[in-house]
Design a protein around this ligand. Sequence first.
Ligand code: B12
Ligand code: SF4
Length: 447
Amino acid sequence: MKVLLVNPWIHDFAAYDFWLKPIGLLYVARAMEWMGYEVHLVDLLNRHDPDLPRFARVPKDKRYGTGKFPSQVIEKPEMLKSVPRRYKRYGAPPEFLEWKLREIGNVDLIMVTSTLSYWYPGVWETIRFLKSRYDVPIVLGGVYPRLFPEHAKKSGAIVYEKGDLVFLPSFLESLGFPSKEIPADWFEVFDPMYELYNRVGYLVFITTLGCPFRCSYCAVHRLWNGLRVRTPERVVETIEKYLNIFKVEDVVFFDDAILASGRFKDLLKLIVEKRWPVRFHLPNGIHARLLDEETAFLLKEANFRTIKLGYETSGRLQRETGGKVYDEDLVRAARILRKAGFTEKEVSAYIMVNMPGQTKEDVLNAIKVCLSEGIGISINEYTPIPGTKDWEKLVEEGKLDPDIDPVLLNNTVLPFWWKYGMSYEEIQEIKNFAQKLKKSEVYREFP
Ligand code: B12
Ligand code: SF4
């Protein structure tokens, strides 16, 4: 039995390859191999595919293997017509997909993944394309169908609504496909199946699934029950295995709560011992309160180059959204990291703009806190996510239609129509201010 796994196109006003790898799909690949399938992968977002330059001009890598995707301007969906920006298909062009499918030939089953729900138009286009070439069942899984199952069913694919892979065998059986029980500890024993790639520009891993916190704007607790932790020994084994196959210089951890695992220091110690000639990155905000000096020094010794702290906002919303971090936690973490030798180029804090109830002052104060501690700023625009406390409150107050088309929840689009948040101009002003600060001399005053 032959299965084709596809990482679909992104349709958006902007998208950047900030170490995007379909790690969930690579676990699905391993599970399918475990069940005896012959597995093939088409990753339309792999900028480092050696065949891609024959089909598109591929922008050169920027920092640490990140970079711009090839893109094509496409027509905006009706609902986005009033947004005065160009809408694009990001990733390999359709001719590349056509060629790949010809190379792979007939398959028995197709599986498509998805991450951000508001990227669904790219998922749907990919599914339409596949349907026009194959007459086999297409299964859609990932974050989008888990958050918007009913909407995802309109894609024309059969939807896998679960996160955990232990449910995959019975799902396949229900479709008439062969299966075999998946080990309950698959997250420990399975490696994400990177060997399906010819070339990658970096490697992305996760060492934990889930998060013990319950922030009111975040869906992670709905996606994963509790916190699952992979043993440091297995993580190191996996990294080593793939560093031997791919000559990459950057290794990235995408965890939501890596410091909450209770095993991170052990992992860092093992990484330090290995002395691999690579840089490490933590692009998904870590918990400032959980950072201690020993961890900071180990991060430095292990050659971490990107550390993002989850800060989100200053002011009363810190408590109201769940109390994950307070100013004093951020300040403490920033100082510890500076003491360990990190600079503002390596450490920055995520600040969210346009959270319900947030004022411009909350954001500006948060920026000032970062500034005074000599750490960088990464501005994120808020988007409501189903299943979160924020979503439920907004629906209850009549400020959000629960049946909204997910494309309108694109964080770039929200300020153009949502009258309960900040205006496009206000957000732009904040972003310009942050941009100016980044370029200014202010940060250089810090040792
Ligand atoms: C990594 C990540 C990113 C990465 C890139 C994601 C990527 N690879 O494309 C980056 C850093 C770019 C990112 C950015 C953002 N993200 Co993000 N991100 C994540 C994160 C932390 C991990 C995703 C992941 O790899 N999970 C681990 C794998 C194992 O899980 P999985 O993909 O679900 O796969 C499992 C199952 O779903 C299933 N499966 C997956 N595919 C398939 C396919 C088939 C056929 C089957 C059967 C099964 C199956 O099997 C897998 C194993 O169990 C999630 C949170 C989370 N923990 O899921 C948020 C998350 C997806 N992000 C989220 C958000 C909000 C954002 C931002 C918008 C934040 C912001 N406000 O700025 C930005 C977007 C900026 C932009 N416009 O680009 C939200 C999604 C909201 C939504 N409506 O979709 C999430 C859920 C976090 C949250 N806050 O609640 N993100
Ligand atoms: S925002 Fe971070 S700390 Fe809060 S629940 Fe989500 S993953 Fe956990």
